[in-house]
Each structure stands twice: as C-alpha cells, then as structure tokens.
Design a protein around this ligand. Structure first.
Ligand code: SF4
Ligand code: SF4
Length: 211
C-alpha cells in the first residue's frame, strides 16, 4: 500500500467513526431533550385510551389520545385492542367451544402435562358425548399445541388473549362447563340411558316373538 493510500484510509476511518458516533449521540440527545416521555400504566390502564380499566383503581394521569406513534416501532400501526395486531397463528390462552366438543378425550390424552380434564355423557341429539366437565389449568399449559392439533372438531383452539396474569392461582383453573349445565347434562344422560334400555328391551321382545 502506498503512503498516500494509507493516509486516505486512516483519515477515512476517523471520519467514519466521528460521523457514526455523532449520529448515535444526536439520537440520544433528541430523545432525551425533545421527545415527549410517556409512561404506560399497563395493565391497569387501557393501552389505547389511557383510561383506567377498573374504576376501583386509583386515578392516574391519563394520556390524551391518540398516542400510538409514541409506542415502540413494532406498534407503529397499532389501531385497536392489542390482541387484534397479533398474528392468526399466535398461541394465546386456550379457548374452548363446548358445542363442538364430542368428549373424545384426545386433547387430554395427548397433553404431556395433564392440563386438560374432560368428562362426557351420552345424550340424545348430540354427536359423540356431551361434555360434563372441561377444565383447563392455565398455570401448567406450555402452549405446545398438541391438544389443538389432535382435536377432531376444533373445539379447543388458541385465542389471541395474552393477558393471563393473576394474583390468585385458583383463577388460572378454568371450568368451561357451568354447574347448571353439568346437572342438566346428567339428567339428560339418565333420560337417554332409560330410553336406550327400553329400546333394547323392545328389540329383544320382538326377536323372541319372531322365534
Ligand atoms: S397446549 Fe400443550 S400443554 Fe397446553 S393444554 Fe394443550 S397439550 Fe397441554
Ligand atoms: S379433543 Fe376436542 S372434541 Fe375431543 S374432548 Fe378435546 S376438545 Fe373435545
């Protein structure tokens, strides 16, 4: 390398170092002195409106909407409740549609850590078994998706709900079948059982007559 070229590279490096450091320092300076500071009181305040979610919470200084642009770069296009911005495939808390469930137990059997508990009974006018118990222990779930994959009716699925934090452990165990529905199902199961016995009896009688 010629001496002139070496000098060129040397000063070029100095120039590059000074300009990149200056750019970084300018961004820090601009953020520190010219940009408005925002503290989001999440989750007690709504992330869009800046309003307290729960009226019982102590009143805090609300942010005047709109302030979306003040959120991080990943939220630049934020225009609604946060979970609408999550992808379709986002694995949030598990959801359940009891009308689709046939109580096949596949989800419970395929869960590696025993998160789901299912029980069902045979009732009239319902495909498979009608669930009498469907319980999810959210404190254990690791969002692996095995239950969702094996469910033949899409009764169990991932929602985009991610706000699952709580101060009470028991609130993480969710019963999807209400006590009223549970009792109703047991009664319907009794009716279905009696009808099935009567049907069997009649069939036997008819067979005996034919003989
Ligand atoms: S996502 Fe995985 S850990 Fe959670 S309930 Fe389903 S199978 Fe079990
Ligand atoms: S796999 Fe689906 S249909 Fe079967 S018990 Fe679970 S939720 Fe119900």
């Amino acid at each position: 390398m010629k001496v002139s070229e070496g000098i060129k590279v040397y000063f070029g490096n100095i120039y590059e170092s000074v300009t990149t450091i200056s750019m970084g320092m300018w961004i820090t300076f601009k953020t520190a002195f010219f940009e408005r500071k925002v503290t989001l009181q999440y989750p007690s305040h709504d992330i869009i409106e800046g309003q307290a979610k729960d009226a019982s919470l102590p009143e805090q200084k609300n942010l005047p909407p709109p302030f979306e642009h003040l959120l991080g770069a990943s939220q630049q296009n934020y225009r609604g409740p946060l979970n609408t911005q999550l992808t379709e495939r986002y694995r949030g808390l598990l959801g359940y549609d009891e009308l689709k469930c046939i109580s096949c137990l596949l989800c419970a059997q395929n869960c590696p850590i025993d998160v789901i508990r299912v029980k069902g009974v045979k009732i009239e006018g319902r495909k498979g078994k009608a669930p009498t118990t469907f319980r999810i222990d959210y404190s254990k779930c690791m969002f692996c998706g095995f239950c969702v994959e094996v469910c033949p009716t899409d009764a169990v699925f991932f929602t985009r709900q991610f706000e699952g934090a709580t101060f009470e452990y028991r609130t993480l165990i969710r019963e999807f079948i209400s006590p009223e529905l549970y009792l109703e199902r047991l009664q319907l199961a009794e009716v279905a059982k009696k009808k099935a016995i009567e049907k069997k009896k009649k069939k036997q009688e008819n067979e005996e007559k034919e003989q």
